[in-house]
Write a protein that binds this ligand. Structure first.
Ligand code: MEV
Length: 451
């Protein structure tokens, strides 16, 4: 799976320990130094580095190809999660995200896992799902007979007339099934499921085309009327798994994390937030690589409710004195087609991880998602989330009230003191501290300058 990356890193004489060393103190470096380190790791090329350093924006003309009524680009920060060793391979993970502390928490947890255990991943299954709906079936027996008799022909037609490209790359349509839904009004609804291996594409466009193409032959031969054709985001036929093992922890900490996990398994209100935390690790990678994060969100949440009750997408257990975590959900994405191979930063993000297939990328997403969850549960079940999160959020608050470069160090360190003292911090505190600083600088009493 990771042949390409190993070859690349071997060529640069870089193996796990080198990568780890190059990630040492990464967050303390300035941007240029970080880019130098990423170049030394082989994660960025000299051209990538130059492009990032130049601060150039992506050609606006490209945006016109992606969406309608373009007026500009919305930029969000792109950072790198460090210290991840996934399936034994160190990897620099690009994340595009606006939320403070996600990258810091991911990197910190990744180091903790690496020092005490491991993350392993796998993809199970290969098919995505398309749906062809017949809202009111006229003759169920006839429809059932038609599908079982002509399934092979329909598959062949789809693969020769629409999905020939996929077929040539080793994928294509490979099964069709029929589901019966009771409408509750005495009639039956039919849903024909079309299964296809999209290889390294996300497959949405091709699946929608296959389903719409099959509408005519199905209608003509079955006598039924097809009412809707669309893919399903609940892809329970292809799921990505990640497993984390952490050893040598205090029994109390492991129990607390297990309990926090049980809370999310039992209570949908908690499960929603738990799963949001998992997606904190996944969505930024999807955005950085130009993937459809709404589709993955829909897939993960619907998979979390597949047993009829919304629950946690992760599970943590203590087994033989080890903390063991599991994640399993569909993460359907692509590394070919669409924005992934047109947007220069998306292409760079994919190159950075030295991945060659959509399965590789989905495994990385699962690994970062479960690590992010572990980081959140560890904080929530011990010191609470405020400590780590707010320390970083202080930077945003300071900027938000308009502190200048010169004022920032004072405002930040005062806010840190207030946080340590009161365990709380708001924009109002930031305003007051800034006012205090400006008054002092102007030699005025503390309530004279209004911001
Ligand atoms: C915040 O973005 C994410 C958390 O709320 C996740 C969780 O509660 O597990 C910290």
């Amino acid at each position: 799976m990771y042949e390409h990356s190993y070859t690349q890193r071997k060529a640069k004489n870089l193996m796990t320990t080198d990568m780890k060393e190059l990630f040492c103190g990464f967050s303390k470096l300035d941007r240029k130094e970080r880019l130098d380190r990423l170049e030394q790791m082989g994660a960025l090329s000299a051209e990538d580095k130059e492009f990032l350093l130049s601060g150039k924006s992506v050609d606006i003309k490209l945006a016109e190809h992606f969406i309608e009524n373009v007026i500009g680009h919305f930029q969000i920060p792109m950072g790198v999660a460090t210290n991840f060793v996934i399936d034994g391979r160190p990897v620099a993970i690009p994340m595009a995200v606006e939320e403070t502390s996600i990258i810091a928490a991911a990197s910190k947890t990744a180091r903790w896992i690496d020092e005490n255990g491991a993350i392993t991943t796998e993809v199970v299954g290969e098919n995505i799902i398309g749906q062809i709906q017949i809202d009111k079936v006229k003759n169920w027996q006839r429809l059932e007979g038609f599908i079982s008799l002509h399934k092979k022909t329909l598959i062949h037609l789809a693969n020769t007339d629409v999905a020939q490209g996929l077929k040539a790359r080793g994928g294509g349509v490979n099964d069709i099934t029929l589901r019966k839904l009771d409408r509750g009004d005495g009639m039956q609804m039919a849903v024909i499921h079309v299964y296809a291996n999209p290889v390294d594409a996300m497959g949405a466009n091709i699946m929608n085309q296959v389903c719409e193409f099959l509408k005519k032959p199905i209608e003509e031969a079955s006598g039924e009327t097809v009412t809707m054709c669309i893919l399903s985001n609940l892809v329970d036929t292809k799921v990505t798994r990640a497993k984390v093992i952490v050893r040598g922890l205090e029994a109390e900490l492991m129990e607390r994390i297990e309990e926090a996990s049980l809370f999310a398994q039992l209570d949908p209100y908690r499960a929603a937030t738990n799963n949001k935390g998992v997606l904190n690790g996944i969505d930024p990678i999807l955005i950085a690589t130009g993937n459809d994060w709404r589709a993955v969100e829909a897939g993960v949440h619907s998979y979390a409710a597949r047993e009829g009750k919304y629950s946690s997408i992760t599970k943590w257990k203590v087994k033989n004195n080890e903390l063991v975590g599991f994640f399993e959900a569909p993460i359907i994405l692509g590394v070919v087609g669409g924005v992934t191979c047109l947007h220069p930063l998306a292409k760079m993000a994919i190159r950075m991880m030295s991945i060659t297939s959509s399965d590789d990328l989905s495994r990385i997403c699962a690994a970062v998602g479960i690590a992010q969850n572990l980081g959140a549960l560890r904080a929530l079940s011990t010191v609470g989330i405020i400590e780590g999160h707010m320390k970083l959020h202080i930077r945003n608050l300071t900027l938000g009230v308009g502190a200048t470069e010169r004022e920032m160090p004072y405002v930040q360190s005062r806010l840190e003191e207030i946080l340590a003292l009161t365990k709380r911090i708001t924009a109002r505190n930031a305003k007051e501290v800034l006012m205090e600083f400006r008054n002092r600088a102007a030699g005025k009493p503390n309530n004279e300058v209004n911001l």
